[in-house]
Design a protein around this ligand. Sequence first.
Ligand code: FMN
Length: 145
Amino acid sequence: MAAAMALGAQGVWCGSVWLTTDEAETHPVVKQKFLEATSSDTLRSRSRTGKPARQLRSAWTDEWDDPTHPDPLGMPLQPILVNDALIRIERGAHRPGSGAEQLANYFVGQIVGSMNTPKPAAPVVYEMIDEFIEAVQRLGGLLES
Ligand SMILES: Cc1cc2nc3c(=O)[nH]c(=O)nc-3n(C[C@H](O)[C@H](O)[C@H](O)COP(=O)(O)O)c2cc1C
């Protein structure tokens, strides 16, 4: 946030950080995967929307990336092709041992490596504000020394 504001932004837009909050409607299996993931566990894949979108690597993205398998279609055909399958995967992933757990994934940025603790959204906002103040004060201190 401090870096963006320093570059002249009027605000910041963030997405991934909310996906492991208590309020998020993230599938519980995917939420757990996010909490355990490192920043190297995402990739850009066209497998969900037909356009490249960063998401968690899973058996789903591995199968679509396999060069012996067909490429994803373009947008909007890929969602039309896969949406029913994704809904069934989400439903199946609620049943441990169904195999759907391995396929389940979702859009998320590389910040997923820092999303290690489930918490309510409010502390996420307060932590962001605290870190912003700390960063700005640290930078301000550079002028004094
Ligand atoms: C679940 C999810 C869905 C998103 N959907 C869109 C989208 O439809 N269009 C878009 O331009 N960006 C989308 N984004 C990207 C966010 O708007 C935002 O630019 C990005 O998540 C910011 O980086 P961060 O996730 O590291 O905070 C999405 C991000 C997430 C996590």
